[in-house]
Design a protein around this ligand. Structure first.
Ligand code: ZN
Length: 505
């Protein structure tokens, strides 16, 4: 009996590993497509990706997986719920159930509509005309509702969509923490606006030669612990991080000669994601035990390095003199105080990806609320632009000038990614709560940063967040690491501590 269980578990792991290796082939091709693939290669790349997707789906839904799961699930192999075997089996079951519950016709229809909708969305955005995109979004929403029903939910369809990106998170829980955050962010933003203070923004918009930005960004990525022997930094139109597997994690950035922030903080962000990928336990590669916990936790790692570390004063006490050497013309006569204010500027703006640390979360809360209303049917797709503009003026105090600057700005809806946005603000919340605990557990951390040393923080994250893979769900991991459930207070404390001295609020 025990031997039969052991054999079934090994078979399961073998299958999951092979599916993971296959998926990583897709990641390698996807990275190439975004970086170096010649224009004319896209049709053939589509053939390659299509084949990989089909093979992956066949592996994920093979009834043999269900048979093997049935053998191991009733056994004592899973007695300890945090053992490697129990974690793997729990997640393999979850993924198998989700895969087999979705009819192949629905998966195909969603994939086709998403491909079509992305093309239409690009044109609609260019023309700044939501009406062009509307029929596609209506079809996608109908398919997403079907998908949610096929997966199953306890009465809230949106839960089933969220669960894909943030396993076990519920709309109710996220609404609760976002509402508390919103209630404090809106008045904070108002008092910043009323302060009458603003940095000299022109400082970060001077001439920063791209070749020098590259060297400076690589040095910073290296300093925080990105392993260039186990990864690469390249350029792409939309920056991303893609972990292929042990020893190979790719990140990208986009350089602007007249804007320091875009590439530099983008590199820290993606390097933060990469430290997570490089910190996953290699011996468990391509199995749930060696896979990241959730998108919210992934984003917490990028935001932690980009903002909590990369925008703090001790970090720049080390890096600013180096920045002055690297960019002598742009930074001549600029003081550290002026620099800190310029890179921590808070100002409402229309585009989410360019937003500061305060307003960014309001952009996300807006999307989170609209998506729920769209999926529940409370908001007709035709009424999205009006609802967007109303909410935007309410939350950020600006009148949206066009669909392109409003509801058409993000790609997510066009690929059917409703449920995704919440993970960005969850990432900010988790980052603040983790960092608060890290500071308590490691006194003098800021002195490390002043000296350009980040190994103690990286080591802490490696142990507490990266090494466990999927042992815990995101909420449990937070409780485990910080001793408390996720809350809005650490992020608010962090923002107030930083912004009070700058704006006098
Ligand atoms: Zn990210």
């Amino acid at each position: 009996m025990a031997a039969r269980v052991q054999q079934a578990y090994s078979d399961l792991l073998h299958r999951v590993r092979e599916a993971g290796v296959l998926a990583s082939c897709g990641s390698a091709l996807g990275w190439d497509e975004s970086t170096y693939m010649p224009r004319n290669g896209s049709a053939w790349r589509g053939e390659q990706m299509g084949l990989l997707a089909r093979l992956g789906h066949e592996m994920a839904t093979d009834p043999k997986v269900g048979d093997l799961l049935a053998v191991v699930e009733s056994s004592s192999l899973l007695a300890d719920p945090v053992s490697d075997a129990a974690v793997n089996v729990r997640e393999i079951r979850r993924n198998y159930d989700r895969a087999v519950k979705l009819p192949a016709t629905l998966v195909g229809a969603l994939a086709r509509e998403a491909t079509l909708a992305q093309g239409v969305w690009r044109d609609a955005k260019k023309a700044s005309d939501f009406a062009l995109f509307r029929p596609n979004l209506e079809r996608l929403v109908a398919l997403l509702r079907e998908k949610a029903d096929a997966i199953g939910h306890g009465g809230c369809r949106y839960d089933a969509l969220l669960d894909e990106y943030e396993p076990a998170a519920t709309t109710a829980e996220i609404t609760h923490v976002f509402a508390a955050l919103r209630a404090e962010l809106v008045p904070l933003l108002a008092s910043i606006a009323a302060s009458g203070k603003s940095p000299n923004r022109e400082i970060v918009q001077r001439d920063y030669p791209v070749d020098r930005q590259k060297l400076f960004g690589e040095a910073a990525a290296s300093a925080i612990g990105f392993d260039f022997d186990a990864g690469r930094l390249d350029e792409s139109a939309h920056p991303f991080c893609s972990g292929f597997g042990p020893g190979d994690c790719r990140i990208t950035t986009r350089y602007a000669a007249n804007h320091f922030n875009q590439a530099f903080f983008g590199i820290l962000h993606e390097a933060g994601h990469a430290l997570y990928e490089q910190g996953l336990p290699a011996e468990h590669a391509a199995t749930p035990r060696g896979t990241y916990c959730s998108l919210g936790i992934h984003e917490s790692q990028s935001r932690l390095w980009e903002n909590q570390v990369g925008r703090c004063r001790p970090f720049w006490e080390h890096f600013f003199p180096r920045a002055k050497q690297t960019f002598p013309q742009a930074l001549r006569g600029v003081s550290l105080d002026e620099w800190m204010f310029a890179i921590n500027d808070v100002q409402p703006s229309f585009i989410r990806v360019e937003a500061d640390e305060v307003t960014y979360n309001l952009h996300i809360i807006l999307r989170f609320e609209l998506e729920q209303a769209i999926i529940s049917g409370d908001l007709a797709v035709a009424d999205v632009p009006g609802a967007w503009d109303d909410k935007f003026s309410h939350l950020l105090g600006l009148k949206v000038p066009s669909d392109a600057m409003g509801c058409l700005q993000d790609i997510h809806w066009s690929f059917g990614g409703m449920g995704y946005f919440a993970t960005y603000t969850l990432g900010n919340l988790y980052a603040a709560q983790f960092m608060e605990t890290a500071r308590q557990e490691m006194p003098g951390l800021e002195d490390d940063f002043r000296a350009g040393h980040f190994a103690r923080l990286k080591g802490w994250l490696n142990t507490k967040i990266h090494a466990p893979g999927q042992v815990h769900r995101a909420g449990e991991l937070c409780q485990h690491v910080t001793g408390k459930p996720l809350a809005h207070a650490p992020l608010m404390r962090y923002l107030r501590d930083k912004l009070s001295p700058l704006y006098g609020v």
